[in-house]
Unconditional design. Structure first.
Lengths: 228, 140
């Protein structure tokens, strides 16, 4: 029995030591947060954003969005479907969405979400993933790590989960996301969503589809060459 | 006569350590699980990591503590000749094994990610049920 209790004591001491050691490790970085030393390659900077619509569309809209931002989600789910139907599918507008993840102190999971979309994009599912992330925006309200939610969404749109896992774990598109963020900073983006129509920032907080329709129509009317 | 109970006690103590580690992570005391593949975070962040609002790992802690207490009690001279501790060990570890089987199947078929610590716990629970069963069959 002495040997038995001795063995129990050894196992117990080892276990307690391991648990104390683990609990005293420095606080982990936010999972999925951008690393502080991101390298941006020329290829990253050349990324044109997530494009929807024809290259020959007369008007180009560039949106800077943060996937955790509730206003971006509201715009994406309430206004954007109409814009997609009436302006993009009709060939009037080419829409470009660019990542503008706010800092982790503001939106903890923004970079992870941007990476989740980027990793779906390499499987040709960028806009499906963007729609899914905005359509199921509950993840942004729960506060917990949404990796498994994103993974489920990615699987739901037909993304290979194993490839996606490896991509997200490696933070493969950190450089591309950083390049997009830098472009937004250079253009003076002060919050999300921010829109540029043919390079000109859309002022005011009116983000209705009607307003986009009016602006696009006025541009096309003012520049007859731009007519479809 | 009590060797299998002693082995179960040691295994259960290892199980307590693993389950406590996962539970401390679930309640935020341990920041990042040491898990080579990253699958631990996926599994632990999934909806299946909680049952009735409580981290699954906590049920593991409770289960292993009960098994540990039973095995240590059963190894005492006063109870070593009694059959009921082994019977209870088989019954409880059998239930634990089925629960472990369910959790492992979730990792394989639903979550599609492996948590190494969960697999280690599954291996410990399997060893406990096999050891208990061996003791039970040898005495019967």
């Amino acid at each position: 029995m002495k040997r038995f209790y001795g063995l129990l004591a050894v196992v117990a001491i080892a276990a307690v030591a391991f648990l104390i050691y683990s609990a005293n490790q420095p606080a982990a970085a936010v999972p999925g947060a951008a690393a502080s030393n991101v390298t941006v390659s020329a290829q990253d900077s050349a990324f044109p954003g997530y494009i929807l619509g024809s290259d020959s569309a007369p008007v180009k809209v560039e949106e800077f969005a943060d996937y955790e931002c509730p206003i971006c989600a509201m715009f994406a789910t309430v206004q954007f479907p109409t814009i997609r139907d009436q302006l993009i599918k009709t060939g009037k507008v080419q829409w470009v969405l660019r990542d503008y993840p706010l800092p982790p102190t503001t939106h903890r999971w923004s970079h992870l979400a941007a990476n989740a979309v980027a990793c779906a994009s390499e499987q040709g599912k960028a806009w499906d993933m963007i729609d899914a992330v905005f359509d199921h925006h509950d993840w942004a309200l729960q506060g917990s790590n949404p990796t498994s939610v994103f993974r489920g969404l990615a699987q739901g749109i037909g993304v290979n989960p194993t490839t996606w896992d490896a991509c997200v774990a490696a933070d493969r598109y950190a450089g591309r996301i950083q390049a997009s963020l830098s472009r937004g900073d250079a253009l003076g983006v002060g919050g999300t969503p921010t829109f540029f129509i043919d390079g000109k920032e859309v002022a005011s907080t009116d983000r209705s589809s009607d307003r986009f329709q009016r602006i696009v129509d006025s541009i096309i009317a003012a520049h007859p060459k731009k007519k479809k | 006569m009590s060797l299998h109970r002693q082995v179960v006690a040691v295994l259960a103590l290892v199980g307590i350590a693993i389950a406590t580690y996962l539970w401390l992570h679930a309640i935020g005391v341990v920041g990042t699980l040491k898990c080579g593949t990253g699958g631990c975070e996926i599994v632990q962040a999934s909806t299946y990591a909680r049952l009735l609002g409580i981290p699954v790992a906590f049920y593991g802690v409770v289960g292993y503590v009960v098994l540990f207490g039973l095995a240590v009690a059963g190894a005492q001279p006063a109870l070593v000749q009694r059959r009921w501790p082994t019977t209870w060990l088989v019954a409880l570890s059998g239930a634990g094994f089925l629960f472990t089987l369910y959790l492992t199947s979730l990792e394989m078929f639903v979550i599609h990610a492996w948590c190494r610590w969960c697999l280690a716990s599954a291996a410990v629970m399997t060893a406990i049920v096999v050891t208990s069963l061996a003791g039970f069959l040898r005495k019967s």
